[in-house]
Design a protein around this ligand. Sequence first.
Ligand code: S3P
Length: 164
Amino acid sequence: MIIFLVGFMGSGKSTVGQRLARRLGYTFIDMDARLEEEHGMTINEIFKKHGENAFREMESRLLHELVALRDIVVSTGGGLPCSGNNMELINQKGISIYLKMGPATLLNRLSRGKSRRPLIRHLSRAELDIFIHDKLREREPVYLRAHHTVNGLNVDMEKLTELL
Ligand code: S3P
């Protein structure tokens, strides 16, 4: 089985993914970390050197590789489900979970975690607030196509495991 965690930047996909993988005895894969390893560059550097479109191709290519694996929990990048037919592929090949978080919580969390995220690193708090509202409105319909939607705050691991 493959479990995909989807959701906005800062919604806790990596933390929850690691805990879930440990519970299930599955391998945890963080797509951003995997791309950084493969390319020997940080996500910031990939965006700077190759641009966003190239990054989207890299993450889509990685997704196609991962769907051939078994017994993994995958933490996806926040934009991955929204390009091409990635969300369809995720839902076909695995079980998807949307970690839902409201804009106010995301703003607080992302204000602290901006620097390693190229799309938001140069934004002031006010600009970040607008960005989150706009992007969430654009992306949430895609995230909501996940098989399960759970509240990203205080995730109950017991309940989450029961969904699977
Ligand atoms: C992105 C989210 C990031 C990373 C890149 C772009 C996005 O991943 O893939 O900075 O477009 O939302 P996280 O969701 O893990 O922060």
